[in-house]
Design a protein around this ligand. Sequence first.
Ligand code: PLP
Ligand code: ZN
Length: 425
Amino acid sequence: MTAVIDRAAGASAQSPASGLVCRNCGATYPLGAQHACFECFGPLEVGYDPQRLAAVTRAQIEAGPYSLWRYAGLLPAGHDPATRVDSGTGMTPLIRADRLADRLGFTAPVWVKDDSANPTHSFKDRVVSVAITAARELGFTRIACASTGNLANSVAAHAARIGMESIVFIPSDLESAKVTQTAVYAGTLVAVEGSYDDVNRLCSELSETDEFESTAFVNVNVRPYYAEGSKTLGFEVAEQLGWRLPEQIVAPMASGSLLTKVHKAFKELITTGLVDPADYRVYGAQSAGCSPIATAFAAGSDTVIPVKPTGIAKSLNIGNPADGPYALDAVRSTGGAMAHVDDDEIRDGIQLLAETCGVFAETAGGVTTAVLKKLAESGQLDTSRETVIYNTGDGLKTLDAVSGRVGPTAVIPPTLKGMRGAGLL
Ligand SMILES: *Cc1c(COP(=O)(O)O)cnc(C)c1O
Ligand SMILES: [Zn+2]
């Protein structure tokens, strides 16, 4: 591309990344800020030198920092600790959810990987940690994104931490908590009158302009690096289970990237010998208001037909999901399934997770919990197999989803009589 960004990220001696590979036609390119194949316009992903990956040991990882950077040997950026943007992201709790398991009739353990514990309270801190580190290694001076909300929070926060300029684009109808949680970090925040897909298209156009030559759009021109950050959701679960894979996972889907990268992480753990080979099934969750991937799954189709998103699960509202076909492939090739749930089921899902696990999820976590329930009830997900569900965001980000449904058990005067009157004594 341009002079400012001709230094390849992760090209240092220790980096396992070997280049960018087209997921469609297999063409290869040198590492750098490129996201689409010049041959077929297919999406690019980071390819690795298998020998360098295989050299990574459990002991090395365990001796690393208590953050996602313990997996630097399996990532395309941050090999030199001095270049890492480390906000303490990762190593979030893996909670054994026995009461949820009982409620849903599981005979095998159910676990909740609770990514609301990340610094800006969503899983997006993982992808941003890797993307902003790569952007800095590549010589970019400004960081940007198109966001459904959580990415905006995370990009603005990480930029503030390292003193990098940021410009964040969101649809103008986002939840107010997510707008405030982005604006408070004092970068540039642009609310666009349109859907996420409109915002994303605008960002693609901007990334081609001279004025944005030194700007890394985390989910456009440095997307191959960004996407690799999601692998750490797979690595951590395996390590937290004592270096083995779970039998089933349920993940929410927006673009479908997270789900495909957890699958990629599990495959890498097997090929590098970090875990023993094991069969696992990948399940995908969407909302009824935006279910282009789950709808293609149900139709037995490989073609993801774009939709105009509606509904309360705004963080998942990507109507034209870039990784849809790859998510379908991950789910089909492992024998999993997909489902979608409506807004009331999402609210029920948020409450079910809260009541049984003490975890308050945002709407995306409600989608995942409700899909777990739906797939278990329909028999598509096996309740005798160990299952991990991913909660990707914090309930405080989407309070309105349940604030009308829950409240004080009683309002009383400050007396024993008041307690008696309310039937609580
Ligand atoms: C972005 C996001 C996801 C998944 O996004 P993908 O585009 O599928 O990787 C899941 N949950 C939450 C809360 C998100 O913000
Ligand atoms: Zn190609």
